[in-house]
Design a protein around this ligand. Structure first.
Ligand code: GTP
Ligand code: SPV
Ligand code: MN
Length: 590
């Protein structure tokens, strides 16, 4: 992408000296043709968009049906996060843990600086100040991303509070995350996403895609923030955040951690089924939550993001009507297909594609028309069920935390933790089939503790200890649950209808919080009795229901043995309380 705003501008605010020096040294290293300080204004976005359209990098969608919306096709070698190229560079290798790929920080800086040298020649360098969380929240944290991608700038503008307001906060409090990004030559052999948690710094080269390039998201708000949260007493989690209002008007706030492409956006935007009138779901966040113990002994949550980078395939008027409506304006689509009339298209939408995600005439034998990890970027405020509490500087108090994974077998529809420590074990034992959100094989079951395998910026054993310790500070902790929407029958069909019908599970969960729903005790934790799960208006065979609500003891014994082996990889650092929880589970399984 060449220089699109070829004029130098200067920031209108005083930049703290250390930051100014960092920016100056990045300019000296990357030698851009121009430098642009982003203000986040509509005028700026318009100019960038226009330049991208002129450069044919943005394809305008039909303005009558998709106003202010564009299709962007990324390099076909750059369509998902790349975990093997993502590093945590701590002084001591042990601090990154076996869950991360580690590199010595001195070696990592040298490697990256060699790549960045002269990398922005002929391009514009954008200075992108952003704030993760409401501008006026004590829980929010700022960052500056330096990038040579106008696509990244426009995405960051939708995904974060980007521009002047963030820069104002930074000028008052310079402790911000420094992110340096270049798309480079988009060569997978020269692609690295490096994190320096001890320096609050990120260097990302060679990718323009999502979590690799929008540095406020996974790099800052999860990997660096999880490190900060450990030392400051809070948690940065891969969680959606929703408000659930019952017909009687009572609201519960719920956070849920599922691995990538396992249903967070869909649950966060849930449209209740007609058979359960009076229930309402409002969205606070769809991907990341920062959790802080409050003075009242409850756990409080904010969503650090301001937009969604959501999975397109599977989205339709029936599965997620809110998302379907939301992406009809002001939306950037990445790697979707087009219909003959030029509308965006993806698998599961209905209708037929004409042009595939690579811009070629669609041929059915050539794989899916839209890339399975094709995405929409849209401001959260465009969500028809946006929760106003998203802007509350104090966040919202959690009633429940849900963990879940994509498992065709074993894990039942829902079960409950006996207490916080058992809940930490449940989180640590999350396993899920891999999805298109990361490069590599899809459908392989792997352990993904707390859905944070790709995102925890430090040793998992230390992370679980932090979770356990944090629980001790809560006098009114949220209840913890585990769900699985993805059980399959022998024919490979989903047993549970999912989507809007997941409300039935949320209903049981909040009734458990209120102490009004029945449960049967099982070795893995309390589960709904058949009568306690509201199946009004649901056409589901009793066989399927009983399969969804049964514990396969032999299967769970095998699972516990696997878990024990997986935990062994974390060695001496593994908290004893977690080992005790696992032993207790084995004991209950008999
Ligand atoms: P990331 O943005 O990668 O973190 O993903 P996510 O966790 O937000 O997942 P998302 O809600 O985008 O869903 C991913 C895929 O799973 C989509 O294709 C959905 O259609 C599908 N999906 C979501 N919820 C359900 C469900 O309840 N049942 C079934 N069968 N599929 C679902
Ligand atoms: C995920 O993979 O969990 C995402 C998309 O939410 S990305 O921003 O690429 O990380
Ligand atoms: Mn995600």
């Amino acid at each position: 992408m060449s220089a699109v705003i070829p004029t130098h501008n200067t920031p209108t605010l005083a930049i703290p000296t250390g930051l100014r020096q960092w920016i100056d040294s990045a300019i000296a290293l990357t030698t851009p043709a121009a430098v642009h300080w982003c203000t986040g204004s509509a005028k700026e976005a318009k100019a960038l968009t226009k330049a991208l359209v002129e450069a044919k990098a943005f394809h305008p969608l039909p303005a009558d049906r998709f106003p202010n919306s564009y299709l962007y096709r990324s390099n076909p070698n750059d369509v998902a996060r790349t975990e093997h190229l993502t590093f945590v560079c701590t002084e001591k290798a042990d601090d990154a843990g076996p869950n991360n790929v580690w590199m010595d920080p001195v070696a990592a800086h040298a490697k990256m600086d060699a790549l960045f040298a002269g990398a922005m020649a002929g391009r514009t360098l954008y200075v992108v100040p952003y704030c993760m969380g409401p501008i006026d929240s004590p829980y929010s944290r700022c960052g500056i991303e330096i990038t040579d991608s106008a696509y990244v700038v426009l995405n960051m503008r939708l995904m974060t509070r980007m521009g002047t307001a963030a820069l104002e906060r930074i000028s008052r409090d310079p402790s911000c995350v420094k992110g340096l990004h270049s798309v480079g030559d988009v060569n997978p052999d020269r692609r690295f996403i490096m994190h320096f948690p001890e320096e609050l710094a990120i260097k990302s080269f060679g990718s323009g895609y999502g979590g690799n390039a929008l540095l406020g998201k996974k790099c800052h708000a999860l990997r660096i923030a999880s490190w900060q949260g450990r030392s400051e007493g809070w948690l940065a989690e891969h969680m959606l955040l929703l408000a659930l209002e019952s017909p009687s008007g009572e609201t519960h706030y719920v956070a849920a951690a599922f691995p990538s492409a396992c249903g967070k956006t869909n649950l966060a935007m849930l449209v209740p089924p007609d058979a359960l009138p009076g229930w309402k779901v409002r969205t606070l966040g769809d991907d990341i939550a920062w959790l802080h113990p409050g003075p009242d002994g409850r756990l409080w949550a904010i969503n650090p993001e301001a937009g969604y980078f959501g999975v397109a395939p599977g989205t339709n008027a029936k599965s997620n009507r809110n998302a379907f409506e939301m992406v009809k304006r002001d939306t950037l689509f990445t790697n979707v297909a087009l219909t003959a009339s030029g509308d965006p298209w993806w698998e599961g939408l209905g209708g037929t594609p004409s042009i595939d995600w690579q811009g070629q005439p669609y041929t059915p034998g050539n794989g899916p028309a839209a890339h399975p990890n094709s995405r929409f970027t849209v401001a959260a405020k465009n969500n028809p069920c946006y929760a106003a509490e998203s802007d509350d500087p104090n966040g919202v108090p959690l009633s429940a935390i849900i963990f879940g994974g994509r498992r065709r077998s074993l894990a039942p529809l829902v079960f409950e933790a006996l207490d916080w420590a058992h809940g930490v074990l449940i989180g640590a034992s999350v396993a899920s089939e891999t999805t298109a959100a990361i490069t590599g094989q899809v459908g392989v079951l792997r352990r993904d503790p707390m859905a944070m395998k790709p995102f925890c910026g430090y040793h998992f054993a230390d992370y679980w200890r932090h979770w356990l310790n944090l629980g001790h500070t809560l006098t009114r902790p949220p209840k913890i649950f585990h769900v699985n929407w993805f059980r399959q029958n022998d024919a490979g069909q989903f047993l549970w209808p999912g989507f809007g019908d997941n409300l039935r599970v949320l209903k049981w969960i909040t009734e458990r919080v209120n102490g009004t729903a029945a449960a049967k005790d099982t070795p893995i934790g309390p589960m709904p009795t058949r009568a306690a799960l509201d199946t009004t208006g649901l056409t589901l065979s009793e066989d399927a229901l009983s399969e969804l609500l049964t514990v396969d003891r032999a299967g769970w014994r095998a699972e516990a043995a696997l878990l024990k082996a997986d935990f062994a990889a974390y060695g001496e650092r593994l908290p004893a309380a977690l080992t005790h929880q696992l032993e207790a589970l084995v004991h209950r399984l008999g």
